[in-house]
Design a binder for this molecule. Sequence first.
Ligand code: 5GP
Ligand code: MN
Length: 339
Amino acid sequence: MQALHLLYKELSTPKKVIITMHQKPDGDAMGSTLGLYHFLIQFGHEVTVISPTNWANFLSWMPGVDKVLDYDKNPEKADQLIGAADWLFCLDFNTLSRTKKMEDVLGAALGKRILIDHHQQPQEEKFAFGVSDTSKSSTCEMVFDFIMASGFADKINNNIAQCLYAGVMTDTGSFRFPSTGASVHRMVAHLKDGGLQHSLVHEALFDNSTENRLRFIGNVLVNRMEVFYEYNTALIAIPQADLIKFDIKTGDTEGLVNYPLGIEGIKLAAIIIDRGEERKCSFRSKGDFDVNTFARTYFNGGGHFNAAGGATNNSLENAVADFKKAMKKNKDKLSTYTF
Ligand code: 5GP
Ligand code: MN
């Protein structure tokens, strides 16, 4: 994988460009791809953003989201665009399998695959150019760095600012996670100097819940959460029937895994959701407990040190039993709590 700055000399030569992200995109995936989109179209490139799947309603305000192609809805058109692309930007994921059904067509593409990502253990051999930096708060911060170093910082407009701010804010848990370096605050200061109205972005992201979703969260906290004080661990397990009962849509469960971390002393929080086709897991930790390794070892997944995910084909009941076994195996690491 060659350095990203080698692309700058070709930036002003119009190309066919695809920008894609991981399945079920979050704020950082959608924000970084659209932020880059609004930058690249200013050079006359023909740019299409493709999401492997649908996305959460709370992202639907983002400028340009109406043009994003949902692979699941139109795979033929997406395959054609991927096949014809000169550049294929792959943002906010480390392995092609994170694009689910797009994995094969992306892997076979003749154009140059370009990685911009902050997850651990990327498949570097799959990319012609790119940057992988696990110390970065978000892919949005990395797209900001890419634009700033290109010599075209003046092209950062309000669309770019809103998209990049949304991603950096959500991926840092509103600037609270340890990944929030001084560079994050410098980036936000730069965007604010350019006129960004950050409170509008917060409102668009967070104040658009349905009544059903709030009642669902109430039900989850009362009936679906177990706390294991001996292990400083809490687990939420959600049966599919709950998702149906409360009419839960993609993205409505985003952030739920963080709630148990609000309990004093909790070091590991986990959520397992029965999505029908699979049981999807999310893990969050505080301090020195490595959930990337935990997710890789027990749940066929990965992610970051303090935020990771995975999936299993086992039933919800068995997945919960597997989790408890894994928790017990990690007792030594979990039972000490130090800041
Ligand atoms: P979330 O829990 O928000 O879905 O994901 C947290 C982090 O873990 C994200 O950075 C995401 O990329 C990673 N992650 C989530 N699910 C999986 C998975 O199934 N496999 C891998 N390798 N990483 C995942
Ligand atoms: Mn990210």
